[in-house]
Ligand binder design. Structure first.
Ligand code: AZA
Length: 306
């Protein structure tokens, strides 16, 4: 059978990394924990088609390189560290042309003890992560997507959903007041950077934009009297585009985590629906899943890219 290798990339996934910075004067420690994936592309086809390992930088060496880079360079902001790691691979190996670096940064929030920030103790306050996908392409530049993932939120009122299609398949009642809960997955694509120096010139923007995106997401969620998940997420994305000029597109992916009313009238006529609803049943599945990509031009992005 005639066949050819249509696409190939390889590397090390789930590289766990922790770095501490010890301020010698104050004794204050700062810690970062991340999970890194590096996948390489280039003139590596013969390793697949002919068993030619001379073109393979072993995935073990890729893992070692991540630790060496973390020791020699800052690991924050993750957009910078991803760019440093990716640039290293395309510069070090002539036959490697693209490096894809994914970094998930886990939360370690400084403890407050007796009202004071503790110098060396931290807590995991939730499963939310800060993620980046950095693609470094020889001769093209550095493409960066930054993300918030796993930020679980709920509001107990100011969410409506009515006016939707009603036909012979519809059972969902219209509502003017419901519980709204979702786990925020938001990402923003930066304008392409020419090289590592261009990324370095933007260093302060990465933390600022992550912080602004998180604040805008939470403020919009809390303050919008939501017509739908669709409408509220669009307002969030518009807010991020307005706040961050170097960002080209913003994407949201929001599960609608349903909380159903439960009729308890079978027990002594208890009222627990409509305006009397207090006890609800959180649903684990199925859930709605609402996605969008918002761009500056207003042009619709092909759905295949979602
Ligand atoms: N959007 C919502 O906000 N709520 C819903 C939907 C929807 O598309 N469908 N059912 N409930």
């Amino acid at each position: 059978m005639a066949s050819k290798l249509a696409a190939a990339r390889y590397g090390k996934d789930n590289v766990r990394l922790y770095k501490v910075r010890r301020d010698q004067e104050t004794g204050v420690h700062t810690v970062v924990e991340m999970t890194v994936c590096v996948l390489l592309e280039g003139d590596i086809d013969t390793s697949y088609t002919q068993g030619d390992n001379s073109v393979v930088v072993a995935t073990d060496s890729i893992k070692n390189t991540i630790y060496i880079m973390a020791k020699l360079h800052p690991v924050t902001p993750p957009e910078l560290f991803g760019s440093i790691v990716g640039t290293h691979f395309i510069e070090k190996y002539n036959h490697i042309h693209v490096a894809h670096v994914n970094i998930v940064t886990h939360r370690w929030t400084r403890m407050t003890i007796d009202g004071q920030p503790h110098p060396h103790s931290f807590l995991r306050d939730g499963n939310e992560t800060r993620n980046v996908q950095v693609d470094v392409t020889e001769g093209k530049g550095i493409d960066i997507k930054s993300a918030i993932s796993g930020l679980l939120v709920l509001k107990s009122t100011n969410s409506q959903f009515w006016g939707f299609v009603r036909d012979e398949f519809t059972t969902l009642p219209e509502t003017w007041d419901r519980v709204l809960s979702t786990e925020v997955d938001a990402n923003w694509q930066w304008k392409s950077f020419d090289n590592l120096d261009a990324v370095k010139a933007a260093i302060p923007k990465f933390d600022e934009t992550w912080s602004a995106a998180r604040d805008i997401t939470l403020k919009t969620f809390a303050e919008d009297n939501s017509a739908s998940v669709q409408n509220t997420m669009y307002k969030m994305a518009e807010g991020i585009l307005a706040a961050a000029p170097l960002v080209e597109t913003v994407e949201y992916s929001l599960p609608n985590k349903h909380y159903f009313e439960v009729d308890l009238s079978w027990h002594k006529g208890i009222k627990n629906t409509g305006k009397d609803a207090e006890v609800y049943v959180p649903q684990s599945a199925p859930n709605g899943l609402i996605k969008c990509t918002v761009a500056r031009s207003g042009e619709r992005i092909e759905s295949a890219k979602l």
